[in-house]
Design a protein around this ligand. Structure first.
Ligand SMILES: CC(C)(COP(=O)(O)OP(=O)(O)OC[C@H]1O[C@@H](n2cnc3c(N)ncnc32)[C@H](O)[C@@H]1OP(=O)(O)O)[C@@H](O)C(=O)NCCC(=O)NCCS
Length: 338
């Protein structure tokens, strides 16, 4: 099939640089075997995860963003002072407020920038990305830094075997700029939210509905709650639906993609989606064994893996896809222009 790129109103936008970061400390499946009734074989077979990273005490998710942002800006060869907007996708902000974007802005010295956070669970990076793309396409800004990162180990109950094996810490950042003559960059997206899924995946304590009390702590409401099988079913169905819509709308199939970069929540969800898209498994990016589910961090981390493995090259069509708390669903089609 032939890609027919629909015209957009305004300037086309592209990714011009990528940087990622995971903290050095690692939690292996063997470490988890000592904490809860689980084993390496169950975790590998049901999730594909071997190890995940953990942020050191005294640091916040802003520190992951800062490390990633510095690498991203260095790769592009620009100063932080040139960044006009910072958008951070995260559900594990350093604090309830101010926004993590403000903390990142100050730490990297992006003196002229404004910015904000996007809360969309594991779709956080994809949603933040689209917000940034629209700021560039509209002509309002020329240099937008989009971070996706989470410090999930902070919100994980290490006595609950159904969730503690899944989550890790890490993230990344990309720089968005106007595309050059002849470049395509971002092509299309399909983002959705469905709040009827809020009961299946959430963190109930600490917000305005359930402000922190001894009771909320005793009830473990400050930890991630997940109905795993319900999330699994939704994720498999919606990842396939959203990605298929984007491909069909643009006259292409999975076979036209250079690679498919899905959110890394469970290897079985990735495989099921890739099968439905008819993707050659060698062009589906999977790094879940090293990082687990880093929520908004998974897609930039998987972009890095794709580059390292030589599967993401200039001119390639790339499809990103995520499903997360909300529920939230995001699929983005772009041409890689680096
Ligand atoms: C969480 C998840 C891995 C569980 O896998 P599953 O195949 O659905 O497993 P189930 O929840 O049905 O549990 C099967 C059994 O394994 C047990 N089990 C759960 N976690 C276990 C663990 N870490 N080790 C060993 N056994 C475990 C369960 O207690 C259950 O035992 P039972 O049959 O005696 O009741 C899977 O549901 C999943 O990945 N869900 C989506 C997660 C996700 O995407 N989250 C983030 C959204 S972005």
């Amino acid at each position: 099939m032939a890609l027919s790129v629909r015209p957009i109103v305004g300037t086309r936008c592209k990714i011009t640089a990528l940087g990622t970061y995971v903290p050095p400390q690692i939690i292996t499946n063997q470490d988890l075997e000592k904490m809860v009734d689980t084993n390496d074989q169950w975790i590998m077979e049901r999730t594909g995860i071997k190890e995940r990273h953990k942020l050191a005490a005294g640091l916040g998710v802003s520190d992951i963003c800062v490390e990633a942002a510095k690498k991203c800006l260095a790769a592009r060869g620009i100063e932080a002072s040139e960044v006009e907007v910072i958008i951070v996708g995260t559900v594990t902000p350093d604090m309830m407020f101010p926004a993590t974007a403000c903390l990142v802005q100050n730490k990297i010295g992006a003196k002229g920038a404004w910015g904000f956070d996007v809360s969309a669970g594991c779709s956080g990076f994809v949603f933040a990305l689209q917000a940034g793309v629209k700021l560039v396409e509209s002509g309002a800004h020329k240099k937008v830094l989009v971070c996706g990162a989470d410090a999930n180990t902070r919100m994980t109950d290490y006595t609950d075997r159904t969730t503690c094996v899944l989550f890790g810490d890490g993230g990344g950042a990309v720089l968005l700029e106007p595309a050059e003559e002849g470049e395509i960059g971002f092509i299309d997206y399909q983002n959705e939210i469905d709040g009827s899924g809020a009961t299946a995946l959430n963190l109930k304590g600490g917000g305005s509905l359930n402000p922190p009390t001894h009771e909320t702590i005793d009830k473990k409401m400050h930890y991630i709650y997940q109905d795993g099988p319900a999330v699994y079913k939704f994720a498999v169905r919606k990842m396939a639906e959203a990605t298929s819509k984007v491909l069909e709308r643009n006259g292409i199939t999975g076979a036209d993609l250079g690679c498919f970069i899905p959110h890394q929540a469970n290897k079985r969800i990735i495989t099921a989606t890739a099968d439905r898209l008819g993707m050659d498994p060698s062009r589906v990016i999977v790094n879940i064994e090293k990082y687990g589910n880093t929520s908004a961090g998974t897609i930039p981390l998987a972009m890095e893996t794709a580059v390292e493995e030589g599967k993401l090259n200039k001119g390639d069509l790339v499809l990103l896809a995520a499903v997360g708390a909300g529920f939230s669903v995001g699929a983005v089609l772009l041409r890689w222009e680096i």
